[in-house]
Design a protein around this ligand. Structure first.
Ligand code: NAD
Length: 299
């Protein structure tokens, strides 16, 4: 199968490596609006060649779109206009309602599979890509009823080649869940980083005193604003609900701290410890139970 990867960064590059290694893709074509990224992707062997947009899309049996979600909304209709009538198009965007709406009445809607592989790091660009990024992680497919059986079959082969487990959700449900589990953690980390930069003026102190606790909590603050700003914009409604809830918890914690109510602080933290049970149990649950756990965790 000839695959075209649009967006040769962390996700697109890691897709390319997985598709090649599994043997599912026999030829890999790349597209990236950043020429340095395109050249780097060739140098790293992520793709075999870079072709002009029309050619890269028209030749593909499979197109994987791994570009920021605002760019996806603009580019996906054109991709579907251009691909062969039996090609399959999969995106990896972190929001799903907006893109599903944009594409809802496209004549080739059934060739498209709306996916979100839940795997990533704080790094971006082609040098961040690595084989195994997706291994044992969960992939979410939305509005599967609107994709053809052939498109779903190819998507299944792709995500199995990446060693992912797929669960199915409606787009709104997906956006609500990820607002709580993923997007809120990123906002929290960005703002934690910002708070420490504001309060601790001496950067050397941050460097010297940042134990692994701070480093791991603030890791996501290193993520790319180019990727995250459009995600927050598209998911602002659910993210806003999640943020208000989070702010309420922070205010409650602050209140008890000021009251020197250590017993209550202890109770709050003990309750939060529950997250260990949820996360530890997740890996050995069947897929339907996992979905259930995911919703319970965030509700
Ligand atoms: P990235 O920044 O590493 O790579 C994106 C690449 O797309 C860059 O090389 C950029 O030059 C290119 N690009 C941007 N606009 C383009 C356009 N209009 N046409 C062609 N190329 C374009 O980002 P990433 O982490 O690989 O994320 C890609 C997609 O995957 C996003 O939609 C994101 O929401 C989704 N995603 C990211 C993660 C994560 O944790 N990083 C996880 C799951 C899904």
């Amino acid at each position: 199968m000839k695959a075209t990867i649009v967006g040769l960064g962390l996700i697109g590059g890691s897709f390319a490596l997985g598709l090649r290694k599994s043997g599912l893709a026999t030829a890999l074509i790349g597209l990236d609006r950043n020429l340095t990224h395109a050249e780097k992707a060739i140098e790293l062997g992520l793709v075999d060649k870079i072709l002009p947009e029309d050619e890269a899309l028209a030749q593909a049996d499979l197109v994987v779109l791994a570009i920021p979600v605002n760019a996806l909304n603009i580019f996906l209709p054109y991709v579907l206009d251009t691909v062969k009538s039996d090609a399959v198009v999969i995106d990896a965007g972190s929001t799903k309602s907006s893109i599903c709406k944009v594409i809802s009445s496209h004549p080739k809607r059934d060739q498209y599979v709306a996916a979100h592989p839940i795997a990533g790091t704080e790094n971006s660009g082609p040098t961040a890509a690595f084989h195994g990024l997706f291994k044992d992680k969960t992939n979410i497919i939305c509005e599967s009823g609107k994709s053809s059986a052939k498109a779903l079959d190819i998507a299944n082969k792709v995500f199995s080649a990446l060693e992912m487990k797929t669960i199915f959700m409606e787009a709104e449900e997906h956006d609500r869940h990820v607002a709580y589990v993923s997007h809120l953690s990123h906002v929290s980390s960005f703002l934690l980083g910002q708070t420490v930069l504001d309060i601790e003026k001496d950067e050397k102190n941050i460097f010297d005193l940042a134990g692994s606790g701070f480093a791991s909590t603030v890791r996501l603050a290193k993520s790319s604003p180019d990727m995250w700003a459009p995600i927050f914009e598209q998911n602002s409604e659910y993210l806003s609900q999640a943020l208000l809830e989070y702010i309420m918890h922070l205010q409650r914690f602050h209140y008890h701290l000021m009251k020197h109510d250590t017993k209550e602080l202890h109770r709050i933290m003990s309750k939060a410890n529950e997250i260990r049970r949820v996360l530890d149990s997740k890996s050995d649950k069947p897929i339907e139970e996992k979905k259930d756990i995911l919703s319970k965790t965030i509700n």
